[in-house]
Write a protein that binds this ligand. Structure first.
Ligand SMILES: [Zn+2]
Length: 448
């Protein structure tokens, strides 16, 4: 049987893509062009730019018909479970899933086992990533030792080992005093501080969003207030300290209001939203589907609408998947026993493509929120479709239909509420740092 995907194919010295709809919001590119890549670098780009180029046997010649090219995506919020829980995901499978989703940079969170609260662990993750894939891996260091919320980590060392941001994601930094110190320290280290906003006193035993449906199901609820209380406090601390503060996985309309107000007042804050919070509500929990158990929980329609509005008007800066793989051990059980989280890397673009094709979001805003937006927040160079730049892009086949199933995924886990669904549109080629990071098995450049 063919593997679902092929990774790390050798990179040909010449790749010619003819007549592809290319979009790069950072250079205002949005037209049908030819793109020529030589030795991993974009050397020609423009209408008919490849007219004079003949491709010999060793090169790839691709037709762009029915496809789109956009700058490589960046996911600033993933969980790779390595070290510690490699049966759910490891750095190899995580990076393979990223490449299959069109991502060229990812930031794995620190809640591994042990916690990534020191430079040698950050360095281990970074090095292992480098050996395995051209996709850039930038570990997020913990804010506090052991994510215990008390003693700050040595952020400067963690930064020197390769981290671009710090977060205790999975848990919230509860103490205002610790959060203030963390923001002050991170500011001197020029690190982004990512908060998982949850007042844990208000979410003890919580299984899902607190509302009519949790009451009906008899499940303990996670109120919006638990997020909003922390967001409000953190925005005050961000203003006080002048640090770069980033809110992970915003889920409620109230958080959006607070963010909008802070941004209006010029405070240096940013936020991300996940595809699942944009697409699903708590009604999906009615069948006790553990794949829909996630933290923060899926909320109500009014929240979902507010998240879209905030993404479109820039109040929410970026889309991040919060890719959280779990095995059947954590998911094939009672709802109350199941671990929260779902996978996102390989479904993100297909799910959001549908939204773009239905007119919910412009393509340019979608790509911006998945590429240049996170690049700017992390202070990474923007992946660009531009002559002289290394190839950092994804090619998306709009017509390819595929079914979300285990054998189609590079991730080790398949915990997603979209399992079994047929998707239209798929990333077929990802180039990262000038190298082929992913090539779909049905995308045979020799036959294109
Ligand atoms: Zn989180």
């Amino acid at each position: 049987m063919l593997p679902a995907v092929s990774m790390n194919s050798p990179t040909p010295s010449l790749i010619v893509v003819r007549s592809i709809q290319a979009l790069d919001p950072s250079t205002s590119l949005d037209e049908e062009v030819d793109v020529v890549i030589e030795q991993g670098v974009i050397t020609r780009l423009g209408r008919n730019a490849a007219d004079q180029i003949a491709v010999a046997d060793h090169g790839w010649e691709l037709s762009g018909k029915g496809k789109r090219m956009f700058p490589g995506l960046i996911d600033m919020h993933v969980h790779f479970r390595d070290p510690g829980h490699e049966y759910k995901e490891d750095i190899a499978s995580g990076l393979a899933a990223a490449a299959a989703g069109g991502f060229v940079h990812v930031c794995p969170m620190a809640n591994t086992k042990p916690i990534n609260d020191r430079a040698n662990l950050t360095a281990y993750m970074k090095l292992k990533g480098k050996e395995l894939s051209p996709v850039g891996l930038h570990p997020v260091g913990a804010i506090t030792m052991g994510q215990q919320g008390q003693e700050l980590t040595e952020m400067a060392d963690i930064r020197d080992a390769g981290a671009l941001a710090v977060s205790d994601d999975g848990v919230c930094v509860r103490s205002s005093a610790v959060m203030r110190k963390a923001l002050e320290y991170a500011r001197t280290c020029d690190l982004l501080v990512i908060q998982h906003a949850e007042d844990h006193d208000l979410t003890v035993g919580a299984q899902m969003h607190e509302g009519a449906i949790s009451t009906r199901l008899g499940l303990k609820g996670w109120p919006r207030a638990a997020e909003e209380i922390i967001v409000a406090r953190d925005l005050i601390l961000a203003e006080l300290t002048g640090a770069r503060y980033h809110l992970a996985h915003v889920s409620s309309a109230g958080s959006v209001r607070l963010l909008r107000d802070a941004k209006d007042r010029g405070i240096a804050v940013s936020a991300e939203v996940t595809p699942h919070h944009l697409l699903l509500t708590d009604s999906r929990v009615l069948g006790y589907d553990t794949a829909c158990k996630v933290n923060p929980p899926l909320r109500e329609e009014q929240d979902r609408q507010a998240l879209w509005e905030a993404l479109l008007d820039g109040t929410i800066d970026v889309i991040a998947t919060d890719h959280a793989p779990h095995s059947t051990i954590e998911k094939d059980c009672e709802f109350s026993e199941a671990s929260p989280g779902l996978i996102g890397l390989e479904l993100c673009m297909a799910l959001l493509f549908q939204q773009a094709s239905e007119g919910r979001i412009r393509w340019s805003r979608l790509v911006e929120s998945l590429s240049q937006g996170p690049a700017d927040l992390l202070k990474l160079p923007r992946p660009q479709l531009k002559v002289g730049q290394p190839a950092n892009f994804a090619i998306f086949d709009e017509g390819m239909e595929w079914k979300v199933e285990r054998s189609e995924l590079a991730s080790k886990s398949w915990n997603t509420p979209f399992l079994g669904q047929t998707m239209r549109g798929r990333v077929v080629l990802t180039m990262a740092q000038g190298k082929v990071a992913f090539c779909h098995r049905d995308f045979d450049p020799a036959r294109e």
